[in-house]
Design a protein around this ligand. Sequence first.
Ligand SMILES: Cc1cc2nc3c(=O)[nH]c(=O)nc-3n(C[C@H](O)[C@H](O)[C@H](O)COP(=O)(O)OP(=O)(O)OC[C@H]3O[C@@H](n4cnc5c(N)ncnc54)[C@H](O)[C@@H]3O)c2cc1C
Length: 511
Amino acid sequence: MAVRPYDSTVEDTVGEVLELVKGVVGEDWVTDDPAITIGYSKDNSFEAAKKPHIVALPENTEQVQEIVRIAGRYGMAVQPASAAINCAGGCIPQRGGILLDLRRMDKILEIDEENMTITMQPAVRFGVAQNMLRKQGLYAVNPSGPHTAGVATNHMDKGIGMPANKFGVGPDHIVSMTFVMPDGEILKTGSSALPGAEKVCVEGPGPDISGLFHSSMGIFGVMVEMITQVYEWPNVEVLKVAQFESEDLNRVSDFFYEVTREDFVNECSHLQDSYFSWFATEDDEVGAGIVEYIPRNNAIVIMGGENEEEVHLKEEQFLRLVERNGFELMDDSIVDMLSDMIGDICYECKVLQSTMRVTRFFGSFQVVWFNTSLDRVSDLHKKYQRLADKHFKDADWRKWQDTYPPQEVTVYTQPLEFGRSVMLELDFFISFDDSESVKRGLAFGYDAINMVLDDGGFFDRPYGGSGSFNFGTLQTPRLGTYSELLGELKADIDPRNIMAPGRLNLPVEGA
Ligand SMILES: Cc1cc2nc3c(=O)[nH]c(=O)nc-3n(C[C@H](O)[C@H](O)[C@H](O)COP(=O)(O)OP(=O)(O)OC[C@H]3O[C@@H](n4cnc5c(N)ncnc54)[C@H](O)[C@@H]3O)c2cc1C
């Protein structure tokens, strides 16, 4: 059995559904005004634009349940959006329907200092959570992204950031989730399924079904609450950067194999020069101004501990690795200069304010990120670079934007799981204002994603769907029995296919 086809005749019932949803959330919190719905139809990705018919903003779980039940009665699509900055088309309603904008569900319900958890609604953002948690000496593992990303959605979405080497990726922090299922019923995962046992066991009992909801892009229901683990904010922290000019990324991998296995750093990542400049600064001008001081390759680490002495020992260990690998240490004066510009860098790495990386995101920045192993980084980067040359070298790119040539791919390497695996992000710059730029970008993206899939890369966030363009569009059909089983589960759990229909490019019955 595959996913049931989505019934597109629901267009005729939009007026009726709108009235019913008004009865649930009140007049002010639902609309079909195209001036508003169009704002939900597009983001900066290559995903095709699609307007929802209705936008609804529920304020609690009961309202979400009611809306999902109404949608179920009419067979109308429901697309959840929480922080809605996933930068990959994840919240674009591929079949229209009801866009469930959950931004009003942004409450932190509990910070449990003793058991180190936070309980929250889906639209709590990192900036808010980190600042609340810090008051208790705690922090949530954040992505290498903006403070406006959602904590629960990022964790559910396999979020990856600088602490991923030590503390894992998004789902590793999830203790339990509460979902409104496609029939409006409530599902709690882990020991939360048993009243009174909320936080004691992440998995099961028996086969663990919570994995079904990780990176599920809304296809199995609406997450309305999450409990996640948080970690102790170290008393003392220091940031160091090891650098080298060579283009040889195998050396970066070798260095990280050692750093990660010796297990003395809390956070680490590798950024190339232009990436580093816009990671660490707030606007183009300042970023462009510091690129010349930044070496080609930078391994950034944060070491933390109880006291100065512990951190000093770790620093010495790091220095030994730097010397052994023929790297150099970034001059403290440059680290100080960055501190002058952006404040406490260790804090910034955990909270990441609106850096240029974010402002660029609203312009022309395209991301291709995937999991692979450290020993494949160099080879994949070379192949990706060759493709970028093919697609952009003869382009008159200064018509689109004037800072970063699109063929100058810039690299972010994020070690995971003690270096067993890595997230490799390779970015390029186009502009949606210029049709040639978009055409070239689409052709490049298509070739690059297929190249990654042919060469041992894996997209753990399967954005995209049928009739659109993204990682999941191209990857899911290659997954054989896995995607067939996923399709069958979707058909069983959501027989009318109302939850985020079209997403993931799952096999559709009769198609
Ligand atoms: C410039 C930039 C850089 C970034 N860098 C990184 C990085 O290095 N590492 C990293 O991990 N992240 C990074 N992020 C953040 C990351 O992309 C998002 O946190 C993540 O994709 C989740 O998106 P969101 O929090 O905005 O949630 P949303 O965009 O609201 O949702 C993400 C997906 O989950 C689904 N969804 C949303 N809410 C619900 C719900 N309540 N129930 C069920 N499904 C739901 C949506 O349909 C969508 O498909 C970056 C973001 C930006 C803008």
